[in-house]
Design a protein around this ligand. Structure first.
Ligand SMILES: Nc1ncnc2c1ncn2[C@@H]1O[C@H](COP(=O)(O)OP(=O)(O)O)[C@@H](O)[C@H]1O
Ligand SMILES: [Mg+2]
Length: 259
């Protein structure tokens, strides 16, 4: 299977993307024809009310699901018809996910949670190699000291940082985050956004952030609004928020002591 980028093509391009769910006699039209391009290295926020199709869109972009109609080109390759196995291979190679509820395994250390995707990536890595990689990522999100804690020994913000480290373990080009700050207080949300902005800026990871909070969307470069399965606006953010600068301006907090 060739995954070489097609020159001149954006990282992501969807054309008239549609998704319907059939529930007995009822068909729910979750996506009703979405057209969008997302360039490599960009940071896009997707906003919209509950039920507007944001998660459905993300699940298709993330190759977790496939569209009922339309086309999805990833690096120029039409992946809309890929079966489950081909989607899984491509997904493991290119895409990381972060969810509102962290989705960490309980009773499993932060380190093991981060290592887990490496067991499925098809590359035989030694246990030591996996440890080193996972620990490096935990350190990068400020959790090197907590590697052996289980999720219930970590705050919500710390659990989300573990989830981000896990999402990065296969060196994805794209990070999809579905309401990553939905369960976090406002300061902790800024801390998570600082990490996402840093990954985007320093590692050139393309970030697609779903949020229903407009102030969180302003950390992106671009805000796309969904309503009833359609894009109703798509604009560049004029004065983008800078999470690192905001954190620097906040009084220090004894967050570590609070856990
Ligand atoms: N697996 C599913 N089966 C049936 N209907 C679904 C499913 N997933 C989402 N929907 C419906 O599709 C619409 C869009 O949902 P979703 O993409 O989750 O919106 P959002 O993330 O913006 O809240 C909603 O009406 C929702 O009820
Ligand atoms: Mg959703």
């Amino acid at each position: 299977m060739s995954t070489a980028p097609v020159s001149g093509e954006p990282l992501i391009r969807v054309v008239d993307l549609r998704k319907s769910y059939v529930l007995g006699d009822v068909t729910v039209h979750a996506l009703r024809g979405v057209d969008m391009e997302i360039g490599a290295g960009s940071f896009v926020a997707i906003v919209g009310a509950s039920g507007s199709g944001k998660s459905t869109f993300m699940n298709i972009l993330g190759l977790l699901d496939r569209p009922s109609g339309g086309r999805y080109f990833l690096e120029g390759q039409d992946v809309s018809g890929f079966d489950r196995d081909r989607r899984a291979i491509l997904r493991n190679r290119k895409i990381g996910f972060v969810f509102q509820n962290f989705n960490l395994l309980p009773r499993t250390s932060a380190l093991e949670n981060v290592e887990l995707p490496l067991l499925y990536d098809g590359h035989a890595r030694s246990g030591e190699d996996r440890h080193r990689k996972a620990l490096g990522l935990l350190q990068a999100v400020g959790l090197g000291e907590r590697a052996h804690h289980t999720p219930n020994q970590l705050s919500g913000g710390q659990q989300q940082r573990v989830a981000i480290a896990r999402a990065l373990v296969n060196d994805p080009e794209i990070l999809l985050a579905d309401e990553p700050t939905g369960n976090l207080d406002s300061r902790t949300s800024v801390e998570i956004m600082e990490i996402l902005q840093r990954l985007n800026r320093e590692k050139r990871i393309t970030i697609i952030l779903i949020t229903h909070e407009h102030d969180i969307a302003e950390y992106g470069q671009r805000v796309v609004a969904f309503r009833d399965g359609r894009v109703v606006s798509d604009r560049a953010v004029e004065s983008r928020r800078d999470a690192a600068a905001e954190l620097a301006a906040l009084p220090a907090l004894q967050e570590e002591a609070a856990v």
